[in-house]
Design a protein around this ligand. Structure first.
Ligand code: ADE
Length: 270
């Protein structure tokens, strides 16, 4: 996969040289370049922003430096390849999640446009549709100072899904959100620590029981922390033991989906 990131703070993206993503770059699994937006300006002051039409606080990023930068990275796309995907991090975008990470990990070429200030002149986004599939994407319902931190998060989430990046691909299967549920709790040695014991089932050697316990812990945690995920979960073909565990948590299967029983307690049973 190829990734281009355009930012006025290229140094912000330095962590992408570290750890798993840094290694993926060294190993040639990920071809990632960071570009300084200011190098696409033509004036003496290398201006990237100006006051907003219509008034209001803050500054808006000027269209022309962005058009120059994006045209430059789009030109690197081979003519026979499809359009690259232009991701514009913004609190006004669609929500980033694991499903979107999987979807974007299938692409050949991603371009990230890091806005700062109040955002980028909207005409750039319209203009870019000709050369890119444009996707404004939000990390969550809060406001960052710019897109760089969002790009760090998204590139890490996408990059670790690329073939060969995570040493043991099994570890991608049993993690939070991979199956629409939160991950079960994990423990390591010693088996007793400060008088706290590891759940006995995990020491039993009974793999069937362990798998069932972990599944039920996933339901318990998800019911407690993210009931919205449980309601969206595809419960069409759950084994009976799972239905029983969910019923104990106050959830019944209705038309293939989990519905919280109105008479269930205000807190799911633990
Ligand atoms: N830029 C500013 N806030 C953001 C957010 N929540 N997600 C993505 N990019 C952003």
């Amino acid at each position: 996969m190829r990734i281009d990131v355009v930012s006025i703070f290229p140094e912000y993206l330095a962590p992408l040289e570290l750890s798993l993503i840094g290694k993926a770059r060294q190993d040639g699994l990920l071809d990632l370049s960071v570009h300084d937006l200011r190098s696409f300006t033509t004036d003496r002051h290398r201006t990237v922003d100006d006051t907003p039409y219509g008034g209001g606080a803050g500054m808006v990023m000027k269209a022309e430096p962005w058009a120059q930068a994006l045209a430059s990275v789009a030109a690197a796309q081979p003519a026979d390849a499809g359009k690259p995907v232009l991701i514009v991090p913004s609190p006004a975008g669609e929500r980033f999640n694991q499903a979107l990470a999987y979807e974007l990990a299938e692409e050949d070429h991603l371009v990230f446009a890091c806005g700062r200030y109040e955002g980028i002149d909207e005409r750039v986004i319209e203009w870019a549709e000709e050369y890119f599939t444009v996707r404004p994407v939000s990390l969550g319902d809060y406001v960052l100072n710019g897109g760089e931190v969002a790009v760090l998060a998204m590139v890490e989430a996408i990059g670790r899904l690329l073939p060969g990046v995570v040493g043991n691909p099994e570890s991608l299967v049993e993690e939070s959100h991979s199956d629409g549920l939160l991950e079960y709790p994990v423990y390591t040695k010693p088996s007793v620590w400060r008088e706290r014991e590891v759940p006995a089932v995990l020491l039993s050697g009974n793999h069937g029981k362990i798998a069932q316990w972990r599944r039920h812990e996933q339901y318990r945690r998800t019911a407690e922390r993210r009931p919205d995920l449980l309601e969206a979960f595809d419960a069409g073909s759950l084994p009976r033991a799972d239905r029983t565990a969910l019923a104990d948590l106050g959830y019944d299967v209705v038309d293939g989906h989990l519905k919280r029983r109105p008479d269930a307690g205000s807190q799911p049973a633990s």
